[in-house]
Ligand binder design. Structure first.
Ligand SMILES: C[S@@+](CC[C@H](N)C(=O)[O-])C[C@H]1O[C@@H](n2cnc3c(N)ncnc32)[C@H](O)[C@@H]1O
Ligand code: SF4
Length: 338
């Protein structure tokens, strides 16, 4: 069994759902449609700013109007969207509206997958036909034993009859091997490496669970619980490391390609690097006046290519530094004085 996480993240294409293939390319927008959920999973990772809140986010952008969703999708050249929450079926009308908007704007090939913690009925699934391509069910841990006779198996069959691609997506927890029974009826089974978050930390400690290492959010033991299932070609293990590295990096690269200015350097991680000069007076130094087309002035700050700033360093009075940040005015990762 080859379960090296890095190798697995790369050698992906044989059994991944279409939604996952696009995720590997960083091409899926995450559309969070509500923080409200009727379940209360002890491991739920939702942050306090989202949990139980009636909020909508497209990636990290707070959505105030549906246009924001399209803008965000365009900014990352999204090829698809993952609809999540909270519980999307609690706001089914909104989900239908958003998915229709996305399919109309980007075309029917814009691939949409939807997560749900409920076992949806035919009446709940029907409005999503032609709008959602792939459904990912998350049955509660206490129903994994006897999965074939419960409501989630019924949803699997209904969804399949209605033409959806249908899978199960759950975090890796003890007892997960019981889901082997339903594999023949699924298109895929995605197992998320159990992740630690601020909001589930107490519940993790109560169960004597701990972080696997000091670098990632993965919970120790999570991969081992999933191990009995991992050789089945329908099963995909999504490591916490992969989400932090490949998925995020590829999405940042897409955003950077659309938003970086001519003088921003785009790194292999999808971050951008540029130089900043803080002006000491109102006047632009002569050396910069001659390069007016290669700079951007905002207040008392002049932004330019980092290497240009480094070259002119001795001719420019004022504080100078190089900045690395996420694209589109994202978080600042590093500030290096020149
Ligand atoms: C946060 S849920 C939101 C959508 C829906 N309520 C659901 O549970 O499917 C999205 C995905 O995260 C997974 N998940 C939940 N808690 C997790 C955790 N602590 N670590 C890793 N994945 C988790 C769920 O299995 C689900 O596939
Ligand atoms: S069903 Fe999903 S959103 Fe709801 S509590 Fe469970 S993990 Fe959290």
């Amino acid at each position: 069994m080859n379960r090296d996480k890095t190798a697995h993240a790369g050698d992906c294409s044989t059994h991944l759902s279409e939604g996952c293939v696009l995720c590997y390319q960083g091409a899926k927008m995450v559309l969070f449609v509500t923080g409200v959920c009727g379940r209360d999973c002890w491991y739920c990772p939702l942050s306090e700013t989202r949990r139980n809140k009636r909020v909508v986010y497209a990636n990290d952008r707070l959505v105030k109007s549906p246009d924001d969703i399209i803008e965000e999708a365009e900014m990352m050249s999204a090829l698809g969207t993952g609809v999540t929450g909270g519980e999307p079926f609690l706001v089914l009308d909104d989900v239908v509206r958003y998915c229709r908007l996305l399919k109309e704007h980007f075309g029917p090939d814009h691939h949409i997958h939807l997560y749900t913690g409920i076992a949806p009925t035919k009446a709940q699934l029907e409005p999503l036909r032609g709008l959602v391509d792939e459904i990912r069910l998350h049955p509660p841990q206490e129903l994994w034993d006897g999965i074939l006779t419960g409501p989630y198996a019924a949803s699997v069959r209904t969804a399949r009859d209605l033409g959806f691609s249908i899978g199960i997506e759950v975090p890796s927890l003890p007892g997960i091997e019981a889901l082997a029974a339903i594999l023949p009826e699924l298109d895929f089974l995605n197992i998320n490496e159990l992740e630690w978050s601020e909001t589930n930390a107490q519940a993790m400690r109560e169960r004597n669970l701990d972080l696997e290492d000091g670098l990632h959010n993965a919970v120790g033991g999570a991969e081992a619980w999933a191990a009995p299932l991992l050789d089945d070609p329908k099963v995909h293990f999504c490591s916490s490391d992969f989400k932090d590295s490949v998925q995020l990096r590829e999405r940042l690269k897409r955003i950077a390609a659309n938003t970086a200015r001519a003088f921003d350097e785009i790194t292999g991680d999808g971050t951008i690097i540029y130089g900043i000069l803080e002006l000491e007076g109102d006047d632009l130094p002569l050396a910069l006046s001659e390069n007016i087309n290669d700079i951007e002035i905002s207040g008392n700050q002049v932004e330019m290519a980092w290497w240009m700033l480094a070259e002119m360093r001795d001719r420019l009075p004022g504080r100078k530094y190089v900045i690395e940040r996420y694209p589109n005015e994202g978080i600042v990762l590093e500030v290096t004085p020149l």
